[in-house]
Ligand binder design. Sequence first.
Ligand code: SF4
Ligand code: SF4
Length: 269
Amino acid sequence: MKRKQKPKLAVFKFASCDGCQLSLLDCEDELLLLADAVRIANFAEASRAVLRGPYDITLVEGSITTAHDAERIREIRARSRFLMTIGACATAGGVQALRNYRDVKEFTRIVYARPDYIDTLATSTPIADHVKVDFELRGCPIDKRQLLEVLAALLAGRGPKVASHSVCVQCKLRGNVCVMVAHGTPCLGPVTHAGCGALCPTYHRGCYGCFGPAETTNTKGIEGALLAAGASHEDIARAYATFNAAAPPFRKAQEEQLVQIRLKEGPRG
Ligand code: SF4
Ligand code: SF4
């Protein structure tokens, strides 16, 4: 009897720090089981094997920042049955998307002795802006439990169960005292996607928004609470301008704060 082939798993990297791929290697206890369940077809961090597609499951880390990236992701998509993006870079453009609202040539002039050698796009964009994405896993870096849940679901042929609620729900499930209510510490938990297990509030810090916007966010709604907790409009604008700065709800929230700052400053003479 012909033995059934294991599904082919491929992992590809674009502009990123590799932290999300390392979350996969960090699975330690589960890694051998996973390696037994799939055939690693491409994963530069873990294996020298390079098999051509088609791939059954493709994980993509990183954002699109060069014309070559844009071409390569289309080619990878054409060879992938199920394509999942992992991390803030791949799902929202990452911290490198801060360039989207400035002149990237000015940055390269400041940083590089020979900026004329730098071949880059003016923007850093998520993978979904370029090709169809079947599933997006948020976080900077991603949470390995969420990653394993999606992979296990795919291998079992069922739908993945990844919560889309806010960090506040995870925070309450851990029995934390709310740092914003009890201590007046500004916290982005109410508008941030669950995934980290409310790590920062558990250690009495406000949430930094690493997992990007929750499925439904009300950034206007928490503005008053953040101001009451002592954050200025500048602080709030900065809080949204991190790993998920270009995710539309966070970008919009940042712009609203910039309008408030300009109104406060009054007309320029
Ligand atoms: S999302 Fe964060 S951890 Fe993942 S590759 Fe980008 S910068 Fe690194
Ligand atoms: S500490 Fe932050 S995440 Fe936790 S309940 Fe309060 S606002 Fe939500």
